[in-house]
Design a protein around this ligand. Structure first.
Ligand SMILES: [Zn+2]
Length: 668
């Protein structure tokens, strides 16, 4: 994926039509032309926009891609409001969902009543042996905690869908938040404790009990964190693959009745499970065995309330935002209700909503233009693989086969998801969310033992993002990102190639050959296809990228984690190189003039950089560095261009300039 998604109010650039003038695509006002492109290219390309667009109160970061997200959201809002007011048979469900979400008066009036059945079930536990049944029922509706369970392709047999059990059940953003001992982390945990207590008071507990219960929750979550695998290790697919037979699963978690759990969550017969992290499940089983039943109930109650908070009365919504929004990301105001409602329907019924949106906002020429860029990038990648001098012919041949097997999905799915079995009711928001989550659980678990559906999308069409899936060996480019100001059939090639062909298409394709993706073959199987020597050379090249990005400190001397961000940095570097090579091939046949004072090569790099124009609050910047596998925007720009002699040539940078990396890294 390329963006951490966040949506916002305020300063959308009207970009449906290009700005007037001789330059249809590079807007000088976005730039800071007084800055030195060879000194800080991010500032040069984005300074004007960042200065003119302060971060809106309801956002933790703000950039051009968020402005694009906002425009897509506004378009979705129009569709949903119409669906709510004048539903057709096609839009009835999304309209009812939106109406129930916007009906704050009904939500206020109901209070905690929609939670009562589940709270009663938790309260009614009289013996730990009943826990698996309850947990399965909660997980089915997207609630619960302790761990997560679903379906996934078998990493070593890509044609087969199996069950997967993964770590989970922690309310803080990462396991390290529970374990780190620095002053900031200690303070954050104290604030988390206070937040849990406030939420429990708002749901009816007295203050003394709420304070004690908060400590119980934190103790259980800390024990889970101690068993959990860290983020860097989780990027290594070999470390998260442990396929167990049913009997082995039972041995791993003594006392936990999986048969009862599977029945309650609605799983088909489960013969094998990929347990991503066995240490975590041993820890979870031990927690269940050694914790008092009342304390386990407290933990489950907290997760139910916290997990439902967004759709409960305002006092709980506000307290939930005070911690997860304000404290963790620095946003000072909650997003308006309509945006939260658009988002939840995009999450829960994304293909029904997306189908209506695509019809109006993704014309056939945009799809054709994207497909042409995809073909150009694919050709450039083929040329690149053939020309690399550090790989043996044997591995090279296999890499070319993998590239040829990569599926390229553009815009939206060929077959739309059928939500026919999902019941949506006006006036029952929490019930709608629970039923939609249960529908999704059923859909996921229904895959177990069935053939893999390679046409499936994991993002909705209006999403401003894209992804590569190593097990499918496919790139997925939603229509949402193939929009102005990043892409338009009317823009000149240099701009479309900088922002989209290189920045998105080439980035996603390169993921197939980053440190993680390279471990899968063209069918999506986790299997070694590299010679030992070539793998060693790859690792050496990747280490250069680790060292380069680890040297950057985006905030308060906190450095980027070069290992956590390696795959994304390799994809950025590869993508921008591929986009550039593809553009040069086109220009060799059909030269382009300078526009607005910039050569095509300059426009290419500026367009890439401008796709990352962004400012971030300090709180969000810290959260980003701790949890996000992408480098912060500034370094996605400056890190990449400083490794490219083509950039130095385009802007006549001297060898000693900050944007010229003397030890330039190159993987692809
Ligand atoms: Zn990526």
């Amino acid at each position: 994926m390329i963006f951490a998604m966040a949506l916002a109010a305020g300063t959308a650039r009207a970009a449906d039509t290009p700005p007037a003038g001789d330059d249809p695509s590079i807007d000088h006002k976005v730039m800071d032309l007084k800055a030195d492109p060879c000194g800080n290219f991010f500032r040069y390309a984005c300074g004007g926009w960042i200065d003119a667009n302060p971060i809106p109160a309801d956002e933790s970061s703000w950039g051009l891609e968020y402005a694009l997200s906002l425009r897509n959201q506004e378009q979705l809002r129009i569709i949903l409001e119409k669906a709510a007011a004048q539903p057709t048979p096609e839009t009835q469900k999304i309209g009812d969902f939106y109406a129930s979400c916007m009906d704050e008066a009904a939500i206020e009036k109901q209070g905690l009543a929609p939670l009562t059945p589940d709270l009663d079930k938790i309260e009614g536990l009289t013996d730990k042996s009943q826990l698996p049944t309850l947990l399965g029922a909660l997980h089915r509706e997207g609630q619960g905690g302790l761990f997560s369970f679903g379906a996934a392709q078998d990493a070593k047999d890509a044609e087969s869908e199996i069950a997967i059990a993964d770590q989970g059940g922690m309310g803080l953003p990462d396991r390290d938040y529970y374990l780190k001992t620095d002053a900031d982390s200690v303070k954050l945990r104290a604030d988390y404790l206070a937040h849990i207590a406030k939420m429990l008071v708002l749901s009816g507990e007295d203050e003394a009990k709420a304070a004690a219960d908060a400590k119980t929750v934190l103790a259980i979550e800390t024990a889970l964190a101690k068993g959990a695998l860290d983020r860097v290790s989780r990027r290594d697919p070999q470390q998260t693959y442990h396929k167990l037979e049913r009997a082995q699963l039972d041995t791993l978690t003594p006392g936990f009745d999986w048969t009862a759990y599977f029945a309650a969550i609605g799983a088909p017969p489960v013969k094998v499970v990929d347990v991503t992290e066995q240490k975590f499940f041993r820890a979870a089983a031990k927690i269940i065995a050694t914790t008092k039943l009342d304390d386990l109930k407290t933990y489950l109650k907290w997760h139910l309330i916290s997990g439902s908070a967004s759709w409960l009365p305002k006092a709980l919504v506000d307290e939930n935002f005070a911690f997860y929004g304000k404290r963790l990301t620095g946003a000072t105001e909650i997003r308006p209700r309509w945006k939260r409602c658009v988002n939840v329907i995009d999450e829960e019924m994304g293909e029904d909503l997306g189908r209506a949106w695509v019809a109006d906002h993704f014309p056939p020429e945009a799809k054709a233009g994207t497909q042409a860029m995809v073909a150009a990038i694919s050709d450039a990648f083929e040329d690149d693989l053939k020309s690399v001098d550090w790989m043996s012919p044997e591995t090279k041949q296999k890499a070319l086969v993998k590239l040829s097997q990569m599926r390229k999905k553009v815009g939206y799915p060929d077959h739309w998801r059928d939500y026919g079995a999902l019941a949506v009711t006006r006036g029952d928001m929490l019930g709608n969310v629970a039923r939609a989550d249960a529908f999704e659980t059923q859909r996921e678990l229904g895959k177990i033992g069935k053939p893999v559906d390679r046409g499936e999308w994991e993002m909705s069409p209006p999403t401003v993002n894209a992804y590569y899936n190593p097990q499918m060996n496919d790139i997925n480019l939603p229509a949402g990102i193939l929009q102005p100001p990043f892409f338009s059939p009317r823009y000149d090639d240099a701009v479309n190639f900088g922002a989209t062909a290189g920045g998105t298409v080439g980035h996603e394709m390169t993921h197939g050959f980053d440190d993680e993706g390279r471990q899968y073959d063209g069918h999506g199987n986790l299997v070694e296809w590299w010679t030992k020597d070539d793998a060693a050379k790859f690792k050496q090249r990747a280490q250069c990228v680790v060292d380069q990005y680890s040297s950057y400190a985006p905030i308060d001397n906190i450095h980027i984690n070069g290992k956590l961000t390696l795959g994304e940095n390799v994809a950025d570097l590869g993508g921008v190189r591929l986009g550039y090579a593809a553009l040069m091939k086109i220009l060799a046949k059909k030269p382009a003039p300078d526009i607005g004072g910039f050569t095509p090569a300059q426009r290419y790099f500026i367009a890439y950089a401008q796709s990352w124009c962004e400012a971030t609050r300090p709180e969000a910047a810290k959260l980003h560095v701790a949890t996000d596998p992408h480098s912060p925007a500034k370094f996605r720009v400056n890190g990449v261009v400083s490794d490219m002699p083509e950039f130095a040539a385009a802007f006549s940078c001297k060898p000693a300039a900050p944007m010229v990396n003397a030890k330039a890294c190159r993987v692809w």
